[in-house]
Design a protein around this ligand. Structure first.
Ligand code: GAR
Length: 218
């Protein structure tokens, strides 16, 4: 019996560096998967070009052409489902998703957020961590629910905030860690070792900490 490789669909809005990290992880065989499509809500997203160069199918579902969030989410869900994904990866996808989309892919929808959730859901995460005088920042990969940045965390990576840090310098140091963290979290999902029940996450049958696995860079 042959089993097909798990298929990913990645959603982007911009630069696409996390998406590119998935392409590299698959090329480097640290992630056993294929990418069925990269879909952007922004027609000009730079990441679309990177995906095309890698020979990956791309699609645009332009949110501005829909009269409300639900109509956009329904069209996006149809496009994603057409690629029959095992896992949907939000990789710098900057639209808030309603239950119309989220409920359809529940349990196989991951996001990366540049903060140590539950701290700083939403935007301007790096600046908010600096302004709060935090000693560390980080990123979280979590399952997506219809609560903004509120679904169960799978993994977090931490890094110290330096006294001279700006939002830009902190984001620049965090990004390469995101690029390692996200494919690692996706691989863990695809391994089948994670189980989501009643909103709580278990690894090999044991409950995970509320902030997910404390992941250290390789
Ligand atoms: C990443 O830092 C990601 O964590 C963040 O946007 C950036 C996208 O960069 N995501 C969010 O803020 C989601 N709320 P990329 O397009 O180069 O991957």
């Amino acid at each position: 019996m042959t089993t097909r490789e798990p298929r990913l669909v990645l959603l982007i809005s911009g630069r696409g560096s996390n998406m590119e990290a998935f392409i590299r992880a698959i090329e480097g065989e640290t992630l056993q998967a294929t990418i069925g499509a990269v879909i952007s809500n922004e027609p000009d997203a730079a990441g679309l070009y990177i995906a095309e160069q890698a020979g990956i199918q791309t699609r645009v579902v332009p949110h501005r052409e829909y009269s409300n969030r639900e109509a956009f989410d329904a069209a996006l869900a149809t496009e994603v489902a057409a690629h029959d994904p095992d896992l949907v990866i939000l990789a710098g996808f900057m639209r808030i998703l309603t239950p119309v989309f989220v409920d359809r892919f529940a349990g196989k929808l991951l996001n990366i957020h540049p903060s140590l959730l539950p701290k700083y859901p939403g935007l301007h995460t790096h600046q908010r961590a600096i302004d709060a005088g935090d000693s560390e920042a980080g990123a979280t990969v979590h399952y997506v629910t219809s609560q903004l940045d509120g679904g169960p965390p799978v993994m977090q990576v931490r890094l110290p905030i330096r006294s001279e840090d700006t939002a830009e310098s902190l984001a620049a140091r965090l990004l390469p860690l995101e690029h390692q963290l996200y494919p690692a979290a996706a691989a863990l999902h695809l391994s089948g070792r994670l189980h989501l029940s009643n909103g709580l996450l278990e690894l090999d049958g044991e409950p995970l900490p509320a902030t997910g696995i404390d992941w250290r860079p390789l």
